[in-house]
Design a binder for this molecule. Structure first.
Ligand code: ADP
Ligand code: 5GP
Length: 206
């Protein structure tokens, strides 16, 4: 009856646990698609091209901006990050729940786009800034300078927390996993108003 999928957007400070929680949804839920972003930041050890990100040069990224390839893009911590429009539309047409790990600027862009009515948003963060610093250090993928930059950026991002539908304080991981799965199930029930109108028309005649 309803054919279009929905969007589930995760934002929050780098190191809060977004990738970990997205991985859980990918493992436990069927019919989901992770929107693989394109970035100009260097690949971290263990990251895989075409799975975590598409890693490109600044020139390639700027060409894609000019050609209108992105649903949204932003400069985060001095690097470009962007979401390609076409695979997202394809996954939505296939009725999938599309997962996004994007920053607060990307979320604001999607909120202004035609896809906004289909989107559920979650802000993921740690119980405190010191816990965030600890996680970034434990992850062991960033230099001290990068960690300092990410912490500074985190303070700015926290100001947008109140704009989100749901707040997930990622303290105990097993509980956070349950919470993200509950939100993912609910997010599927967000519907395109055009499809809702069609349904009402059908409903009245059956
Ligand atoms: P993000 O995608 O938001 O940058 P990650 O998912 O990479 O964050 O998580 C950052 C680090 O914190 C990783 O090493 C991850 O294993 C760890 N982590 C995630 N959730 C928790 C948690 N609830 N408690 C402790 N460590 C966590
Ligand atoms: P990281 O370098 O830790 O993978 O990501 C840094 C930040 O960029 C995170 O806040 C993440 O959500 C954000 N990000 C990743 N991909 C995109 C994207 O396609 N668009 C936007 N706007 N932000 C993104």
């Amino acid at each position: 009856m309803f054919k279009k999928g929905s969007l589930l957007i995760l934002s929050g400070p780098s190191g809060a646990g977004k990738s970990t929680l997205i991985q859980t949804v990918l493992e436990k839920e069927e019919n989901v698609y992770f929107s693989i972003s394109t970035t100009t930041r260097p690949k971290r050890p263990g990251e895989v091209e075409g799975k975590d990100y598409y890693f490109v040069s600044k020139e390639e990224f700027e060409k894609d901006i000019e050609e209108g390839m992105f649903l949204e893009w932003a400069n985060v911590h001095g690097n470009y990050y962007g979401t390609s429009l076409r695979p997202v539309l394809k996954a939505l047409d296939e009725g999938k729940l599309v997962l996004f790990d994007i920053d607060v600027q990307g979320f604001e862009s999607i909120k202004r786009s035609d896809l906004a009515p289909l989107a559920t948003s979650v802000f993921v963060t740690t119980p405190s800034m010191s816990e965030l610093e600890h996680r970034l250090q434990m992850r062991g993928t960033d230099t001290p300078e990068t960690i300092a930059k990410r912490l500074q950026n985190a303070i700015e991002e926290m100001a947008y927390m109140k704009e989100y539908d749901f707040i997930l304080i990622n303290s105990e991981l097993s509980r956070s996993k349950e919470q993200i799965l509950a939100v993912a199930k609910a997010a599927r029930l967000k519907r395109d108003p055009k499809e809702v109108e069609e349904f009402v028309g059908y409903w009245k005649t059956h």
